[in-house]
Design a protein around this ligand. Structure first.
Ligand SMILES: C[S@@+](CC[C@H](N)C(=O)[O-])C[C@H]1O[C@@H](n2cnc3c(N)ncnc32)[C@H](O)[C@@H]1O
Length: 389
């Protein structure tokens, strides 16, 4: 009987949105793993599939947890088939499973990554059919085992995508409102503010409520993965369901029941507030968030300290930009007049508009929202905050 991958250490690559690796690396270290390297949109560590389960359950900023199965030299598609068919898939994937193959391919002989995908999938199912008499069904849905092929120049790597669906899909955002931020980016933003739940979290322009919900989960120390019931690793041979239930039980026990700070989320659109409330209910944190429909400038800001986070629209057309200039200028006034004692944050993809806030940013933290380069601007809002020129 070969050593189960659930206890066998290998390289684990954890992917995340671009620019987030330093934040993910901190998370991975705080979960007790050593970070062996960081790239533009990933962090590497070592561990078994059981460790991958823990990373899936706890990471707030990871998109996928990939467990390295095999690594080889590969020069063309026929060699890819031979390498993949040579791996003992019958020890990892049952013949009655559902299989999805995804890939990242950068190779001169491959013009269409789908071709490499099909070669890889054919090799896996041919190998299983040869050993078991039948083969897994396959398709794009990520509802069973997910194998990821990475092929760059002459290096081929085969990973198990232990997440299946990306972890940004927490399962609570049933109703997205306009331009919702990815849950993993929202969590990375909150981690960048160092907010811990001890004081207030204010989120005007909350849209579908992503910041407020992620803040509630983080403040409670609740594992974001508790919200999901399905992961790629559950479909692998050797998966121990009772061990996974134990990990979940420990996570539930570790979570706090209440927060000392208040979470306040507002939006000018009542439709957004209805969606955000429903999403918070699905996430099980609606009782912790005070929602109301109002202009951002009228958002209640309690006495004390905390963070105020706004994610205004960035604007595509000139007419929109003109209107948004007034909004961004108003955010500066709101910060100065209403948020003294807080740290203010604006998350935006338009740096020209950001200048209209008119306050001196203490930090400008880079982010990417899909392909749009963004900044999280931090303002220290003590009384008499300095205006920028
Ligand atoms: C980019 S979206 C925020 C998305 C949000 N971060 C999420 O993840 O769903 C901007 C939000 O600002 C709201 N908004 C626009 N103008 C506003 C105003 N003057 N006062 C309050 N909210 C406003 C819009 O209704 C929209 O929901």
């Amino acid at each position: 009987m070969p050593e189960s991958l659930f206890s066998k250490p290998s390289t684990i690559v954890i992917t995340c949105p671009k620019a987030v690796p330093p934040i993910l690396a901190e998370e991975v270290r705080s979960l007790g793993f050593e970070v062996t390297s960081q790239a533009l949109a990933s962090v590497e560590t070592r561990g078994s599939l059981q460790d991958a389960e823990r990373l899936n359950l706890w990471s707030r900023t990871a998109n996928r947890v990939l467990y390295l199965l095999d690594e080889f030299v590969v020069r063309d598609a026929d060699e890819l088939y031979r390498r993949v068919v040579g791996f003992a898939w019958e020890e990892v994937i049952a013949a009655d499973q559902y299989l999805t193959v995804t890939s990242t391919v950068v190779h001169p002989s491959i013009r269409d990554a789908r071709f490499a995908n099909v070669k890889c999938k054919d090799a896996i199912v041919d190998r299983i059919r040869k050993h078991c008499g039948t083969r897994p069904d396959s398709g794009p849905e990520r509802r069973g085992v997910v194998v990821h092929l990475y092929w760059k120049d002459d290096l081929g790597r085969l990973y198990l995508d232990t997440s299946g669906e990306p972890l940004s899909k927490r399962g609570y955002r049933k109703i997205p409102f306009k331009a919702p931020l990815m849950e993993t980016i929202a969590a990375a933003v909150i981690l960048s503010t160092d907010w811990s739940g001890a004081d207030h979290f204010i989120n005007p322009m909350c849209g579908s409520g992503t910041f407020a919900i992620e803040a509630a989960l983080l403040g409670l120390g609740r594992a974001p993965g508790l919200l999901r019931s399905r992961y790629g690793f559950m479909h692998l041979m050797g998966f121990d369901s009772s061990q996974w239930q134990e990990l979940r039980r420990e996570a539930r026990t570790a979570a706090r029941k209440a927060l000392s700070g208040r979470i306040i989320a507002t939006d000018i659109s009542s439709e957004a507030i209805t969606a955000a409330r429903k999403n918070a209910t699905t996430a099980g944190v609606d009782h912790l968030i005070e929602f109301s429909t109002t202009d951002y400038a009228q958002t209640p800001v309690p006495e004390g300290t905390g963070v105020v986070v706004l994610n205004p629209e960035y604007g595509q057309r000139l007419g929109d930009i003109r209107k948004l200039e007034t909004v961004y200028k108003g955010i500066g006034d709101f910060f100065k007049q209403r948020c003294t004692g807080y740290r203010g944050y604006v998350f935006t993809g338009n740096l020209d508009l950001a200048k209209k806030v008119g306050l001196q940013a203490r930090r400008r933290i880079p982010f990417y929202n899909s392909s749009i380069e963004c900044r999280l601007l931090e303002y220290d809002l003590y009384s008499g905050s300095r205006r920028s020129d």
